[in-house]
Ligand binder design. Structure first.
Ligand SMILES: NC(=O)c1ccc[n+]([C@@H]2O[C@H](COP(=O)([O-])OP(=O)(O)OC[C@H]3O[C@@H](n4cnc5c(N)ncnc54)[C@H](O)[C@@H]3O)[C@@H](O)[C@H]2O)c1
Length: 462
């Protein structure tokens, strides 16, 4: 008769699903429980700060800019004092999002000249992040710049240099970095309960035209309502093209595709949870443009395998995005030797690994009964005391309360940093490192090569 901590002589690999339900799932269900916790919002956003009220202007009030304004309304320690956008109707959208009282303009420099403006929130298309950031820093403003921080490695280096030389507070806009969910994931990761982590899998999938950036083109779009010349600053000259203006994510002149749109959130999340704050050492990518053959210049499926430097010998990160299937949604999984941590859009789950020692019969197949008996005797002699339970501990899951808004917390962290002059977590170096990871994925994909980060020259090499 086998003792309870010994595996019965069943070939694990040849178990049928019915066997699993009978043997495996039954045991798990009997011994494992799920401890579910609703995370308390730290309500960073709602906390009254002792510092002065931050006066900010917003530059770019499209899809994200108006969301930023709505989130900023939840943070009492800041006030919007102006909005700039290149499309007339979006100036109205900015007023709808914040209030009719804010002045609006096509030319953001109006606000940079105003000494009463402390900071800018930048939510323009990616190719203008550098220009607007450099202008704002030169005018002495602190900067919240949407992700991806940079449109190219060179842009990122210029932004880091300018922010540091100007001693400005800079925060990149991957708001998950300030989320209470990610704080919980970071706490579990830092506790060491995962054991050694060498493998991380991150994915973000969608299956709708909007998820693939096929955004509406308004009927009033024209060279009269859109300041096209300003839009193509720092990009090749072209005649007015509303598709390029409203669906700029499809084109390499303004965007970095899935890398800059979605990889960046996952790489930023991984950076904040693990404490890794460096570009990857290497990246290899694959993928393709399979469905959206609408003239876009980026794949609709992209995956990359990264090697990250780590004190524990190395971490491989696998990131993939699919715009043609959303079953797995958004998730980052950290696979450790003693536990697995899974972070989704609204939950964190820690599942301990069953690492209790037991007699493993599989390797004894193909040997005689006498040999197996001998092996078992030796195993029993080496393990005289039964190990603890098969599942050492519980599955823990943490969720955020309905309506929780991590962008509001991210903005609150930015305001606090402006008042204290202490760096935020997602500062210019952090944001630049995450963006470099995205550029490396694209470099590897488009050059069909392994992209390596050359820290000596701050460039990607093939
Ligand atoms: N953090 C997030 O979750 C998140 C979500 C969506 C988008 N974003 C980021 O936000 C940025 C904007 O994305 P979006 O979806 O709102 O794009 P969008 O096209 O809807 O809006 C961009 C707006 O910027 C304006 N603009 C461009 N150049 C300008 C300039 N020089 N001065 C003033 N206005 C200018 C355009 O007129 C446009 O209305 C991008 O960098 C994107 O990656 C972040």
């Amino acid at each position: 008769m086998f003792k309870v901590w010994e595996e019965p002589p069943v070939n694990r690999l040849s178990m049928t699903r019915r066997d699993f339900v009978r043997i495996g799932a039954g045991a798990v269900a009997a011994s494992a429980a799920v401890k579910a916790t609703l995370l308390e919002p730290t309500a960073l956003a709602a906390q009254a700060d002792t510092g002065r009220r931050i006066r900010f202007a917003i530059i770019g009030t499209g899809i994200r800019g108006t969301d930023l304004l709505k989130a900023a309304r939840m943070v009492p320690t800041g006030v919007c004092v102006g909005a700039a956008d290149l499309y007339e109707t979006r100036l109205d959208a900015a007023k709808e999002a914040w209030g009719d009282e804010i002045p609006t303009t096509r030319d953001y420099r109006t606000f940079l000249d105003n000494k009463d403006v402390d900071a800018v929130l930048i939510a323009t298309s990616d190719h203008l992040h550098r220009r607007v950031t450099l202008d704002a820093v030169a005018a002495g403003k602190d900067v919240y710049c949407e992700k991806p921080m940079s449109h190219s490695v060179a842009d990122g280096q210029a932004m880091v240099a300018a922010v540091q030389a100007g001693k400005r507070i800079f925060q990149a806009g991957s708001q998950r970095v300030s989320s209470i969910l990610y704080a919980k994931a970071r706490e579990i990761y830092a506790s060491g309960r995962l054991g050694e982590v060498h493998s991380i899998d991150a994915q973000w999938n969608r299956n709708s035209p909007g998820g693939a950036w096929v955004y509406p083109i308004p009927s009033d779009a024209s060279p009269r309502t859109v300041d096209w010349d300003r839009f193509i600053q720092d990009a090749p000259a072209r005649p007015f093209d509303p598709v390029r203006f409203f669906r700029w994510r499809l084109f390499a002149d303004y965007s970095s595709g899935l890398g800059g749109d979605l990889f960046v959130h996952m790489l930023s999340g991984i950076q904040v949870i693990t404490g890794l704050n460096s570009p990857p050492i290497r990246a290899y990518s694959s993928g393709g443009l399979y469905h959206y053959k609408d003239g876009r210049e980026f794949p609709d499926f992209l995956e990359a395998i990264y090697d990250y430097p780590s004190a524990n010998g190395g971490i491989q990160v696998h990131v993939h995005c699919n715009q043609n299937n959303n079953d797995a949604g958004e998730r980052i999984s950290f696979f450790g030797s003693t536990g697995t941590l899974v972070v989704t859009g609204n939950s964190v789950t820690f599942t301990p690994q069953d690492v209790a020692p037991r007699f493993e019969s599989y390797g004894w197949n193909g040997m005689t009964d006498a040999q197996r008996e001998q092996g078992m005797d030796e195993w029993r002699a080496a393990h005289p005391t039964p190990p603890p339970s098969l599942i050492p501990g519980q599955v823990e899951t943490y969720t955020v309360p309905q309506g929780y808004n991590d962008t509001a917390d991210h903005i609150a962290n930015f305001y606090r940093a402006i008042n204290t002059r202490q760096h935020v977590v997602e500062d210019e170096v952090f944001g630049n490192n995450a963006a470099i990871g995205c550029h490396m994925a694209n470099y590897a994909y488009f050059h069909r090569t392994v992209a390596t980060w050359d820290a000596a020259t701050n460039t990607i090499k093939g």
